[in-house]
Design a protein around this ligand. Structure first.
Ligand SMILES: Cc1cc2nc3c(=O)[nH]c(=O)nc-3n(C[C@H](O)[C@H](O)[C@H](O)COP(=O)(O)O)c2cc1C
Length: 169
């Protein structure tokens, strides 16, 4: 594990939160990190819905089949993309923004979990309804954000067998 890039190894999925609120300044920093991601042709198709209302967080947790963690999260960021702005690459652009948010949160001592939405069509439609996201906008994922009950250990998943040199064969 190279210490110079430790922030990346410290990003781990956290599903156990204290239930405390997340500072607005921290949310702002996370959004700024998301918007610093690369995007195809610099079109920045990402759009974010920040949810802190407890009833809405509970509703999202009920609708998403694998997001019970939202019941105790302090906030949720729905990462959405305007398909009209970037029909080809909104998914990649929003994925880059999502990863930036996750790593920035780890640097701030916050816990996060990427909760997949797109391309599960039924899930995406139901969650978009809860947050009143318009038709032309896709929802890539929800990010649960909160104070972790305990911070997971940084870890590497480096695997030599997944690397080839110069050419595949
Ligand atoms: C596209 C995507 C969808 C995911 N969806 C969920 C999810 O619905 N619920 C969940 O608890 N974790 C979800 N995760 C988190 C993964 O389970 C987690 O990243 C993986 O097990 C590796 O663990 P780590 O994040 O601690 O390194 C998702 C991650 C990705 C990249």
């Amino acid at each position: 594990m190279d210490k110079r890039i430790e922030a990346l190894f410290a990003r781990r999925s956290v599903r156990d939160f204290t239930g405390d609120e997340v500072d607005r300044a921290d949310i702002r920093a996370l959004l700024e990190a998301g918007m610093a991601a690369p995007s195809a042709r610099g079109l920045d198709p990402w759009r974010f819905v920040v949810v802190t209302d407890r009833r809405l967080l509970d509703r999202l947790a009920d609708v998403h089949p694998h997001a019970k963690t939202l019941k105790h999260a302090g906030a949720c960021i729905a990462v959405c993309g305007d398909r009209a702005v970037a029909p080809d690459f909104w998914v990649q652009d929003c994925s880059a923004a999502t990863e930036n948010i996750l790593v920035a949160a780890a640097m701030l001592g916050l816990g996060t979990c990427w909760l997949g939405v797109h391309p599960r069509a039924g899930r995406e439609e139901s969650l978009k309804k809860v947050l009143r996201v318009p038709d032309e906008v896709g929802m890539l994922c929800l990010i649960a954000v909160g104070r972790p009950k305990q911070l997971p250990e940084p870890r590497t998943r480096y695997d030599e067998t997944k690397v080839r040199e110069e050419q595949w064969t």
